[in-house]
Design a binder for this molecule. Structure first.
Ligand code: NAD
Ligand code: TYD
Length: 357
């Protein structure tokens, strides 16, 4: 490794990209709550997945500012750095949904690959103290039961989404090796929690069950994901910023491997307890459908997280059932938020993926 842990200045000025999305918005709120001496600018293109309502409780905080913009717009990113000096870039901005990447890969390449490159150039030019690339366990590909991926495992991405994220990781590595840009990469497992767009498994099932619509489970529902509560991930990223070593990669797992079908049954159970609808009725909404992703779906993701535990001092603290209950309670109290994200675009997407049967 070329560098050890670099001291960070007391007052941090973060450029957070994609901060109007699910994890980014939770992260901004977590950081403002946890640290006094911090300033954050959020740049977000506000795609279908970006929503300023996610941030309405902090929008008046003087330490926070928002700019609508695209990370793949070179001039815009350069002009941002001419106005202010950011110590840290945290790059959440991405096209993030595997199923959409099967329909059209091009926005994934533009944002996830080209956008990351433009941010890395800005980091290099402006000598930032940290460049945190928010990556995913999906870059490792699928893994059979009883094995786990470590940070040294080879990259075997199977979808256009995961290939674009793996490409970005490799460009990040090259900027660290070639130009000493102080890059750290985090690779987390599947997140869940408040403000997740209802195209991903957990919020989609919660939304559909609330509306008495079918609960579409792909294939036989035996695929396994390791579920990470979003606030645990936010805490991990914060700790990686402070205690992580430049040039390193950190896996961030939830230590909660669950089969998809079991996730859906647990959602039905909790929803039944919280709403009074019968569990049998909700279970009856489960419909097994052909995996719309065709051949490329991954059976299992699983991470070995020894490195972040031993070197950074982080481990997940939220039990899956507790986290899921908190998430479901959030969706129950925020039905207006759900309504606001169900736009014409969502309905069109939904019909394309689920409608043709
Ligand atoms: P999300 O889809 O909810 O949010 C993405 C945000 O990025 C949106 O606000 C969107 O408007 C913004 N964005 C998209 N293209 C942009 C562009 N060109 N310029 C600026 N902003 C743009 O995604 P998420 O679930 O919050 O994921 C955030 C990051 O975490 C992504 O990089 C994703 O790959 C990674 N990740 C997500 C998960 C998960 O389970 N959700 C797991 C591992 C890693
Ligand atoms: P998802 O939440 O989309 O995340 P990812 O594909 O990035 O892991 O999907 C999680 C798992 O749930 C995946 O195996 C596909 C499955 N799934 C369904 O069975 N039905 C659905 O409607 C969705 C969205 C996902």
């Amino acid at each position: 490794m070329k560098k050890g842990v670099n001291e960070l200045p007391e007052e941090l000025f973060l450029l957070v990209t994609g901060g109007a999305g699910f994890i980014g918005s939770n992260f901004i709120k977590y950081m403002l709550k946890s640290h006094f001496d911090i300033k954050i600018t959020n740049i977000d293109k506000l795609t279908y997945a970006g929503n300023l309502k996610n941030l309405c409780d902090i929008e008046k905080d003087k330490r926070y500012s928002f700019l609508k913009g695209d990370i793949s717009d070179n001039n815009l990113i350069n002009s941002l750095f001419k106005r202010k000096h950011y110590n840290i870039i945290v790059n959440f901005a991405a096209e993030s949904h595997v199923d959409r990447s099967m329909l059209d890969a091009s926005p994934f390449i533009k944002t996830n690959v080209k956008g990351t490159l433009i941010l890395l150039e800005a980091a290099r030019e402006n000598k930032v103290d940290r460049f945190i690339q928010i990556s995913t366990d999906e870059v490792y590909g699928s893994i059979p039961k009883d094995r786990k991926f470590s940070e040294k495992s080879p990259l075997h991405p199977n979808s256009p989404y995961s290939a674009s994220k793996a490409s970005a990781d490799l460009i990040c590595r090259s900027y660290y090796k070639s130009y000493s840009v102080p890059v750290i990469i985090t690779r987390s497992s599947n997140n869940y929690g408040p403000y997740q767009f209802p195209e991903k498994l957990i919020p989609l099932m919660i939304r559909n069950a609330l509306l008495d619509e079918e609960l579409p489970v792909y294939g036989d529902g035996m695929n396994i994901r390791d579920w990470l509560y979003v606030i645990d991930n936010c805490k991990a990223i914060d700790m990686v910023i402070r205690n992580g070593k430049i040039g390193e990669i950190y896996n961030i797992g939830g230590n909660s491997e669950v089969r998809n079908i079991d996730v859906v049954h647990i959602i039905c159970k909790i929803l039944s307890e919280e709403t009074g609808k019968s569990k049998e009725y909700l279970d009856g909404l489960i419909t097994f459908i052909k995996d719309p992703r065709g051949f490329a779906h991954d059976f299992r993701y699983a991470l070995d997280c020894k490195k972040i535990k031993e070197n950074v001092g982080w481990e997940p603290s939220t039990d899956f059932i507790e986290g899921l209950r908190a998430t479901i309670k959030w969706y129950l109290s925020n039905t207006d938020w759900i309504k606001s994200v169900i736009t014409g675009e969502y309905k069109e997407y939904y019909n394309k993926v689920y409608g043709k049967r």
